[in-house]
Design a protein around this ligand. Sequence first.
Ligand code: 13P
Ligand code: SF4
Length: 312
Amino acid sequence: VPKNIDLKEEILRMKKEKNAVILAHYYVDGEIQDLADFVGDSLGLAQAAEQTQADMIVFCGVHFMGETAKILNPNKKVVIPDLNAGCSLADSAPAAEFAAFKAQYPDALVVSYINCSADIKAMTDIICTSSNALKVVESIPKDKQIIFAPDANLGRFVSKKLDRELILWDGACIVHIDISREKLAKLRAENPDALLIAHPECKEDILLAADYVGSTTGLLTFVEKSEHKKFIVATEAGILHKMKIANPDKVIIPAPANENNFCACSECPYMKMNTLEKLYNCMYYEMPEIHVPEETRIKALKAVKAMLEISK
Ligand code: 13P
Ligand code: SF4
């Protein structure tokens, strides 16, 4: 990165010059969210990627999100600031092991959470996100067996809500399962007037205790619409940026993480790999670029499109 340049200004200038669109997830740093054309949850971002007219998609999130954008836009350039920005959920389902697991249930349909690799998407019948998982599973006839992968916590939540058995892959998000039960209980005791709201990637006991469970967009909407004034938010702390801007009169407290975490609150180390410098470089050099082999892409596209169709 050249010295003495205004990174934000340059990023905005290149965005125009290159007809690029910047898509960002709520978990990336606030200063990056502020530069983005669209900030959203995984569903909103997939929809934005499907609809964009830009020549280049710059995805400030994690690898599977860039892959989903590429699956939807094979003829556009898709770049991400750091190719190492992965996801523990996606990593928890290696393709070969998942193929063997799937082979044990030849009659089952596969519903996969969007937090998975393109290879897993290619083995999937229909993708879901945290905002439409209930709807997606409900769209499948009751007599059909369903494999749900890779997030077991979201899977259990859906299974309980719909009173329907699911065959679960045992994956988890390292950030959400690291929210400390004990510290959260203490925080709730200190703030009896606060509502607890949680992302469905959290462990079951937190979800059972929560006053509302939803995707990042769901959590934001809930706080905005609620008459309540105080909230404890059990998800990645990046969400607080927009939540605080939208609700200046409300008290918003992040749920605490265990001792040995990356920080006192819950931060995703992968999302936080997105920095202004890397964003500048990836727009300047138009790399690292996301590629998906065409055979995989075609299969994965079917599963992603099936979800987008249901979520219109
Ligand atoms: P949503 O974007 O669906 O809220 O999921 C959160 C997440 O963990 C993305 O990685
Ligand atoms: Fe993956 Fe969890 Fe980070 Fe989301 S918060 S990208 S699910 S590791």
